[in-house]
Design a binder for this molecule. Structure first.
Ligand code: GUN
Length: 296
């Protein structure tokens, strides 16, 4: 393997330790521990796993976290009134509504209901709007995109003027990562299902962020030698040699691409742990905003 391995797990651990330290300093000063409320609507098993991991991470950082679960047939009003109740609760500094919501619920209206100061996911339309505008800054940056940027900034790559290709245009990853890369002065190409000649575009990329949800989609001979490759994909593929019957792979054919790239994130152990670390950071920031110092 030629590429340097970007160890998201280790980087995330040190960020989580930093957050824990800052939480302890707050409590020492008599300030409240940060409080995070999560909301799951319905029975999506992956959502339940992710939210459980978020609660565990909060617990380890001494952040208070409270989970709310609503049934899959909850009405729009029920979801919004829970969010409003959390908006009004001074012990809750951050609110996270796990996505996707069950079909029939209006996601945009729910996200719009979350108080801007408590929007630790950064998905409120105003926060996303600020991300898209020059000279404006959101109060919170979505956790996975923030984790991707942290890894890139610490990989030593010069983002200013770099050619960056983002595979995928989702609201949660592809689009906000693209906006952040533009803010970092990269030249960004967003590829999606209708894009022509994706391999040709990737061959020009100094930085590649893959977030399409297709197992091992990016092949070794698509990648420019020395490129920095961030793999956001988490895909289950059958593997009878495993007790679980499956293993996790990214959107990048790791073994092939690692022979060509300059640096690469593994799956698991790359972007995934960073998402959680960034959520903890955002929750700490939300508590600081609530202290009234305004600078998070
Ligand atoms: N679903 C997948 N990723 C995320 C995330 O980062 N936040 C929320 N709220 N839902 C998600």
């Amino acid at each position: 393997m030629r590429a340097k391995l970007i160890d998201g797990k280790a980087i995330a651990e040190s960020l989580r330790e930093e957050v824990k330290q800052k939480v302890a300093e707050r409590v020492e000063k008599g300030l409240p521990a940060p409080g995070l409320a999560t909301v799951i609507v319905g029975d999506n098993p992956a959502s339940k796993v992710y939210v459980r991991m978020k609660h565990k991470a909060c617990q380890e950082a001494d952040i208070i976290s409270i989970g709310h679960e609503l049934p899959a047939d909850a009405s729009q009003e029920e979801v919004e009134s829970l969010v409003q109740k959390l908006n009004a609760d001074p012990s809750i500094h951050g609110i996270l509504v796990q996505l996707p919501l069950p079909a029939g619920l209006d996601e945009e209206r729910v996200l719009n209901t979350i108080s801007l100061q408590k929007d630790v996911d950064g998905f409120h339309p105003i926060n996303i709007g600020r991300l898209a505008q020059k000279g404006r800054e959101p109060l919170f940056i979505p956790a996975t995109p923030a984790g991707v940027m942290y890894l890139l900034e610490n990989s030593g790559v010069e983002l200013s003027g770099a050619n960056a290709v983002v595979l995928g245009r989702s609201n949660i990853v592809g689009m906000p990562v693209s906006l952040l890369l533009v803010k970092a002065n990269a030249t960004v190409t967003i590829c999606h299902s209708r894009t022509k000649d994706i391999p040709g575009l990737i061959r020009e990329a100094d930085v590649l962020v893959a977030a399409v949800g297709i197992p091992e989609y990016v092949r070794g001979d698509w990648v420019k030698p020395g490129a920095i490759v961030i793999d956001v994909g988490v895909n289950r593929v059958e593997d009878e040699t495993r007790k679980s019957g499956y293993r996790l792979v990214g959107d990048v054919a790791f073994d092939e691409v690692a022979e060509v790239a300059g640096a690469i994130t593994p799956v698991p152990g790359g972007v995934g742990p960073m998402t959680i670390a960034m959520l903890l950071r955002n929750t700490l920031r939300a508590a600081r905003l609530a202290d009234g110092n305004g600078n998070g």
